[in-house]
Design a protein around this ligand. Structure first.
Ligand code: SAH
Length: 245
């Protein structure tokens, strides 16, 4: 990482109230190098420049910590982690956190697994699979304390994928950009249908870039009906309570 990149990273994280130690900064630099190298082999992420990766992947991923909805030491599931976001930055900022990084695309999970080993983040488990299948698998259903999701689907679809996997009392933190009231309404109704409740919405702007962001925080208050999640692909194609325009 260049000195400018490191400065941007610190500026961005500090603006979120996060003050990484030297070990974390070194791991971010190593992660940047591995992303550049990995992207040259397989298409892992659309973001290629140091500035974009630092701000839109690293700092943006860390922004799911805003509001303190992810305490340390919990079982966290990252649904649709892609090349490891937000899972890898979360693990770098707190290596004690147990994180399962899930994606349906094997080559991305291979990258996350190899990267977690290279960075010595041994509490990350990288898993290839679909959230719809995990949600119906007794080993995973209702077992996570926290679910994080960034850039995967419309809010009601995210709720349907995530809530079955949470323990009662667990919390979903969905990272979104600016949200329309239609999407928020559908998400709120989906939460009720799945045994949850939107308990907080954090709105803020991404440091340095100023893009609108929001965190939708959904608490699971009761068991999810066995009807959910619906079949593979259905939650995202026909999000509950939401008519796409
Ligand atoms: N969270 C990452 C990747 C976003 S792209 C980031 O913010 O950079 C969305 C990812 O979700 C893709 O990698 C896709 O393969 C994965 N995905 C979409 N639906 C999924 C599902 N139902 N189960 C598991 N992974 C899914």
């Amino acid at each position: 990482m260049t000195p400018e990149g490191e400065q941007l990273l610190l500026e961005g994280l500090n603006a979120l109230g996060i003050h990484p130690d030297g070990r974390a900064v070194n791991r971010f630099a190593f992660l940047l190098a591995l992303l550049h190298e990995g992207n040259a082999r397989v298409n892992l992420t659309a973001l290629k420049t140091e500035r974009d990766i630092v701000l839109k992947h690293f700092v943006d991923s860390a922004s799911c910590l805003i509001g303190g909805h992810l305490a340390s030491g919990e079982q966290v599931l990252d649904i649709g982690t892609g090349a490891g976001f937000p899972a890898l930055p979360l693990a770098i900022l707190d290596p004690a956190r147990q994180i399962t990084a899930l994606d349906s695309v094997g080559k991305k999970i291979k990258f996350v697994d190899a990267t977690a080993s290279a960075l010595e983040l041994d509490r990350i488990t990288a898993l290839t699979g679909r959230a719809e299948h995990l949600g119906r698998n007794a080993e995973h259903r209702a077992t996570y304390d926290r679910v994080v999701v960034r850039a995967v689907a419309a809010l009601p679809a995210i709720v349907e994928l995530a809530l079955p996997l949470l323990k009662v009392g667990g919390v979903l933190v969905a990272q979104k950009g600016a949200l329309t009231s239609d999407e928020l309404d559908a998400g709120a109704q989906a939460a009720l249908e799945l045994g949850g409740l939107i308990v907080a919405t954090e709105t803020f702007t991404l440091p340095v870039l100023g893009d609108a962001r929001s965190l939708i925080v959904v608490k699971k208050t009761g068991a999810t009906s066995a009807r959910y999640p619906r079949r593979e692909g259905v939650p995202a194609r026909q999000p509950l309570f939401w008519k796409a325009k």
